[in-house]
Design a protein around this ligand. Structure first.
Ligand code: ADP
Ligand code: NA
Length: 331
């Protein structure tokens, strides 16, 4: 039995990953390298669906790659590449776009959410067809499993529908991808508003832990995290979202279970102790992570070499899939 093929992508839209990106996605990527045939992609084509600065995009793509390597991705054990280096992504996206109903695309809730405030007038067609490009990303690699959070589930469903539609109209070409469900405990919330997820776009300034920030800043943010007027250290997302978020972070970083942590804090130890422990765990993680990332960024040529090899490996698979699809379509 060959290992299941997995595909996942991350957008180069920030200077630094935040703790939610790491605990909710990147760490799982690292863990899947050995028992999966993993394709990991910095999705820069997705990043231009909203206005962008070209120099910044290039810089952020490199920073993303450096952080992925610093987190533990090994280019000998996975295929790590940048989306725009493999032209087949846009080529297949066009084909799949011609199989997608306008109404079907209009029902994608993420586009609706993103245009809710400003309206659709200023939005790009690229933002609208983003899920079609995502389907191409996944289907090009004959992907078995896609690690997805709740926010991407509908997009994966579209990928499955498009694969099935193509296969039934033109003949078996694409593998139907399955969701690889990530644990709910991997979801990290804003430190100042622990009912909202930690997010580069939506978080309050003090609510986010950016991995490349000065660790002292991160420690201070943890110590200033919102909790509640009670005293009990107990996991209850509805009643105690702030404390629950801190327990989630501590559990994820120290590999102790939440019940074991609750037990640990019973009797005498208060919110101040919890925050200090979380701050220590965060500093212990981000300090070497940041050093490794900065060291990798000192040598952009090596990063480019890694990416060139990754793109070559990815292209070999992508080109074969595209050729088959084009054959079926009569090109
Ligand atoms: P953001 O939500 O900050 O814009 P992205 O959409 O680029 O971040 O997310 C990249 C990856 O990180 C996705 O797999 C996403 O599910 C995951 N992720 C983002 N925010 C969180 C969070 N707060 N908790 C857990 N995972 C998250
Ligand atoms: Na997101």
């Amino acid at each position: 039995m060959s290992r299941p093929r997995v595909f996942s992508g991350i957008q180069p839209t920030a200077d630094s990953f935040h703790l939610g990106n790491y605990l909710g996605a990147v760490r799982q990527w690292v863990g899947m390298q050995d028992d999966h045939d993993a394709f990991y992609c910095v999705v820069d084509l997705h990043a231009i669906t909203v206005g962008h600065d070209p120099a910044l995009l290039r810089e952020r793509s490199l920073r993303s790659v450096a952080q992925l390597l610093a987190a533990g991705l090994d280019p000998d054990r996975c295929t790590l590449f940048v989306q725009s280096h493999v032209a087949e992504h846009t080529q297949l996206a066009w084909i799949l776009g011609c199989l997608t109903g306008f109404g079907e695309a209009s029902r994608m809730t993420q586009f609706k959410d993103k245009t809710q405030r400003q309206g659709t007038e200023g939005a790009t067609v690229g933002l609208f067809t983003y899920p079609v490009l995502m389907a191409a990303d996944i289907l090009l690699y004959q992907t078995d499993q896609v690690p997805v959070g709740e926010d991407q589930r509908q997009h994966l469903e579209l990928s499955r529908d498009l694969a099935q539609r193509f296969n039934s109209r033109y003949g078996d070409t694409f593998r139907i991808p399955e969701a690889y469900i990530l644990k709910e405990t991997a979801k990290i919330y804003d430190l100042q508003d622990p009912t909202a997820k930690m997010s580069k776009s939506a978080s309050t300034p003090g609510g986010i832990i950016e991995l490349l920030d000065d660790p002292k800043v991160s420690a201070k943010r943890i110590r200033s995290a919102v909790t509640d007027s009670g005293r009990e250290i107990r996991f209850d997302h509805d009643q105690k979202p702030g404390v629950s978020n801190l327990l989630t972070i501590l559990s994820a970083l120290t590999e102790q279970s939440v019940p074991a942590l609750e037990e640990h804090y019973v009797g005498g130890r208060g919110y101040g102790d919890l925050k200090r422990d979380v701050a220590d765990a965060v500093v212990e993680f981000v300090t070497p992570f940041r050093e490794r990332t900065l060291a990798l960024l000192e040598d952009p040529e090596s990063l480019d070499n890694i990416l060139a090899r990754g793109a070559e490996r990815a292209r070999a698979v992508a080109a074969e899939t595209l050729r088959e699809a084009e054959d079926r379509l009569g090109f």
